[in-house]
Design a protein around this ligand. Structure first.
Ligand code: ARG
Length: 461
């Protein structure tokens, strides 16, 4: 048990207490950030004359050595240290002697851990954005390729109006674009440096907080030392953004599972993204989509858990906040693997366009267009709605689609129908005429696709 704070204690910590309190088993993930932060702190201590140039140089060399040795597997982070900060400091002192004992001058583990988490979250925000960018590129490709892949659009899971696969995918494109920009927003708010806040009330040393903030790529230092050590908003914001991403992936998964079902058959997932059954030889299951849907619950749980942890904590630092780490790490790992797998799954799936087309033809998805035809010929919409309702009832009775009824049958219900009704309610016409901004028609879609192209060009530049 290597502790930084034994001085005022006369007894050893109880073993159970030690294990319960320790965070090394999970915060060892912050080693790189801890060392990066310590290098900046030492650089500043040297520049301000709080330690000598030699001490500074020796500390930095020692810190770099620790990182290299751990990375190369020559130094193990073991549970004999309380946390990653203690591990680094103890190893530094072992390596360079007394100069190592000066690293913690003007610093507390409270501002240290707040810094480590910010650096970590900041990097992960960038990494998740990159994975979203790959997903957006895949979706964009599918949108461009499926402008005339007709399918039914649904409300209440009932066929409603025809859309295209491109348009349907476009809905997810919008969701993930929002997710992307949401992460950019979070970055803007979190990119301030808490280092130098000390335990809670700053320090009496002449620290240069602007310098450490700038060395670490922050916009500047945080402005209240008590808030600096007890703020975990950025973790909560990230968990919230991740939860929304998972919600989008989960809805999409639900559709993939439905489309891939034997009954729908709109798509077929690739063998490499499907799994089999131990008993039923015919099965090819969409386990990846189901797992993405399932893991959404666990990420929501992390968000709720951290919000609840934070709600009762008085200022400033309290140990409760150590709970942020496992929740954040697990959710970040989860969302990253879900986005990557999802991207692979949807870029390898095959579309069964005939099946989608056939499904769009059946089920009266063009009933609104039939009503609109009457409206264009002078029938008030509410009357047209009633007429087409009766027409649908008649067609259901005959087991036919509207398109399959003869002109005589149509005229029987409304004399307004003429031969051109068949064109007017063809899938192609139903789509081609819908060109209000955001609609599935080709003119409307080409504007959106151009806009998405600009979005992608901006985020990849
Ligand atoms: N492991 C702690 C955490 O994650 C580090 C900060 C400890 N500070 C303290 N005063 N005990 O929050």
């Amino acid at each position: 048990m290597a502790q930084l704070w034994g001085g005022r204690f006369t007894k050893e910590t109880d073993k159970l207490v030690y294990d319960f309190n320790a965070s090394i088993s999970f915060d060892k993930r912050l080693l790189k950030q801890d060392i990066e932060g310590s290098i900046a702190h030492a650089t500043m201590l040297g520049a301000t004359g709080i330690i000598t140039e030699e001490e500074k140089a020796s500390i930095i060399e020692g810190l770099k050595g620790i990182l290299m040795d751990v990375t190369e597997g020559n130094l193990l982070i073991t549970n004999e240290y309380e946390d990653v900060h203690s591990f680094v400091e103890a190893n530094l002192i072992d390596r360079i002697g007394d100069a190592g004992k000066k690293l913690h001058t003007g610093r507390s583990r409270n501002d240290q851990v707040a810094l480590d988490m910010r650096l970590y979250v900041r990097q992960e925000v960038t990494d998740i954005k990159y994975l979203l960018q790959k997903l957006l590129q895949t979706l964009h490709g599918q949108m461009k390729n499926n402008l005339d892949t007709y399918m039914p659009g649904f409300t209440h899971m009932q066929k409603a109006q025809p859309v295209t696969f491109s348009h349907h995918i476009g809905a997810y494109m919008e969701m993930f674009k929002r997710d992307y920009t949401r992460l950019s927003d979070i970055y803007e708010r979190l990119n301030y440096c808490p280092l130098g806040a000390g335990a809670l009330a700053g320090t009496t040393y002449p620290l240069d907080r602007d310098m450490t903030a700038s060395l670490l790529g922050f916009y500047g230092p945080t402005l209240n030392s008590m808030d600096s050590v007890s703020d975990r908003d950025y973790v909560i914001e990230l968990l919230s953004a991740i939860s929304i991403i998972m919600m989008h992936l989960s809805r999409f998964s639900e559709e993939i599972i439905t489309w891939n079902s034997n009954e729908y058959g709109f798509i077929e997932l690739d063998d490499s993204y499907s799994t089999g059954s131990s008993i039923m030889p015919q099965k090819k299951n969409p386990d990846i989509a189901e797992l993405v849907r399932g893991k959404t619950g666990r990420v929501y749980g992390a968000l709720m858990s951290l919000l609840t942890t934070m709600k009762g904590i008085p200022l400033a630092y309290n140990k409760d906040m150590q709970e942020d780490k496992e929740l954040a790490f697990d959710s970040i790992d989860t969302v990253k693997s879900c986005i990557s797998l999802f991207t692979g799954m949807i870029s390898t799936m095959k579309l069964n366009k005939d099946r989608m087309n056939e499904s769009a033809m059946k089920g009266f998805a063009n009933a609104t267009d039939a009503a609109d035809y009457l409206v264009k010929h002078g029938v008030p919409f509410r009357d047209a709605h009633g007429i087409i309702g009766r027409l649908v009832l008649y067609a259901i009775d005959k087991g036919k689609a509207i398109d399959d009824l003869t002109l005589d049958e149509l005229k029987e219900i409304s004399p307004v129908f003429e031969e051109d009704i068949y064109d007017a309610i063809s899938l192609k016409e139903c789509i081609d005429k819908r060109n209000t901004i955001g609609a599935p028609g080709p003119d409307a879609m080409s504007k959106v696709i151009a806009e998405n192209e600009r979005f992608l060009a901006k985020i990849t530049s």
